[in-house]
Design a protein around this ligand. Sequence first.
Ligand SMILES: C=C(O[C@@H]1C=C(C(=O)O)C=C[C@H]1O)C(=O)O
Length: 283
Amino acid sequence: MALTVGEIQYTNILPLFFHINKEEMEKTGVRFFPQIPAELNRKMERGEVDLGGISSFSFGENSERYSLFPQLSVSTFGKVGSILLFSKKEITELDGASIALTSSSATSVALLKIILQEYYRVQPHYETVTPDFATMMEHHSACLLIGEDAIKARWDKAAESLYVYDLGELWYSFTNLPMTYAVMAVRNDCIQREMTQLQSLLTQMTASKRRTAEDHYREMIAEVVKSHGGDPFFWSNYFHGINYDLTEEHLKGLQHYFTLAHKHGLIDHVPTFTIFKYSLQGI
Ligand SMILES: C=C(O[C@@H]1C=C(C(=O)O)C=C[C@H]1O)C(=O)O
């Protein structure tokens, strides 16, 4: 028995993975692969990854083949701090302008298009490119970055002369709903075969979410500062601003997001959500 688990390599999803006992799980045939969201989405679609924290947009595209792990997500009720549009012009002036989109994302790319088309009625040109802040801004009027690419761009001196828009904040201001960027999804075709491992992973992720929050992310942040820099206060604010639950309210937000994505021709159907049937072990 083998289960391949995809882990988004950005820090935002870390609370769900930090306390998983990877060594123990690896002994039982579970393999973990850190990847950028877009790559992970593709690997899940091809069946090279069985379970992953994937872009919620990709979940929507494949909803008939995937199930959702309950109560887990990467979401915000407002500002996120790492899904940012950097722009030389005000957002209302972007009609006909050229916007560079990070090739790492799926959810945020559609979110930007929805916000611009639905709420600002502007229609820019989009080009998907490798996330590199300087190159993007050299050739385009604006760029969309996510994860550490966005965080580090904001720390860059060059950002000081730009307008910076937080897509989580914009979404909330227009809809009053949370935005869910990533969900934990499992391919339906591995559920029967890997039930024991899946139950164990769900249990550990749920426990990891709880333990990291109980410790105010302190232990985790010490690791993040070592690998990414920044100060603990910044990261503490960042993680406290993210919500890791998946409630009816989150699903309502997603439903609205997909309804608008469909209206604007970004997805060919409005998906329904199937939740993985589970029982948490001993927590
Ligand atoms: C909060 C973030 O959420 C991420 C955004 C994703 C996307 O846009 O497809 C996918 C996974 C999330 O972990 C971020 O990367 O900044």
